[in-house]
Design a protein around this ligand. Structure first.
Ligand SMILES: Cc1cc2nc3c(=O)[nH]c(=O)nc-3n(C[C@H](O)[C@H](O)[C@H](O)COP(=O)(O)O)c2cc1C
Length: 139
């Protein structure tokens, strides 16, 4: 399976989780590409059987907590993802609130089947990455 892992990361924690997911997918024998969302080209999306999207969360801790704006924008501009498996992940400092739901709905609106979700505290950004990878590739 060809797996594309696209992430939005400011200070590196979400990238760290993306790389841990990629390592688990590669180890399971899948062809894996990991990129910041700003570097993803249409061909990357077309060629992927599975797409994982990750973001840090931004807000005011107790309210207005969402995936970071560049990720929200990128998600809304995606082409059709019909027939693709997908996963959403994030890192946060205190509480991700409904950030994963926002990302999941955005991918479902493009026709993807969201089969994996993971949120990790920034103190342990790789937590849950292996289980996420297993679900994403259907192992
Ligand atoms: C402007 C800003 C707002 C943030 N707001 C929240 C928040 O409301 N809730 C939360 O849990 N973390 C919040 N965070 C923390 C980040 O989501 C967290 O540090 C994340 O792991 C950063 O990921 P990155 O290293 O990939 O950029 C905020 C960070 C920034 C810079």
């Amino acid at each position: 399976m060809k797996v594309l892992i696209a992430y939005e990361s400011k200070s590196g924690k979400t990238k760290q989780q993306a790389l841990a997911i990629a390592a688990a997918c590669t180890e399971a024998g899948h062809e894996t590409m990991t990129k910041p969302i700003s570097e993803v080209i249409p061909l990357d999306l077309e060629g992927a059987d599975a797409l994982a999207v990750g973001s840090w969360v931004e807000g005011f801790i107790l309210f207005g907590v969402k995936p970071a704006r560049p990720a929200r924008r990128w998600l809304s501009g995606l082409p059709s993802l019909q027939g693709k498996r997908a996963g959403v992940f994030c890192t946060y400092a205190v509480n991700p609130a409904a950030s994963l739901d926002v990302m999941r709905r955005a991918l479902e609106a493009k026709g993807a089947e969201v089969v994996a979700e993971n949120s990790a505290n920034r103190r342990n950004p790789e937590s849950g990455a292996s289980e996420f990878a297993r679900r994403l590739v259907g192992a």
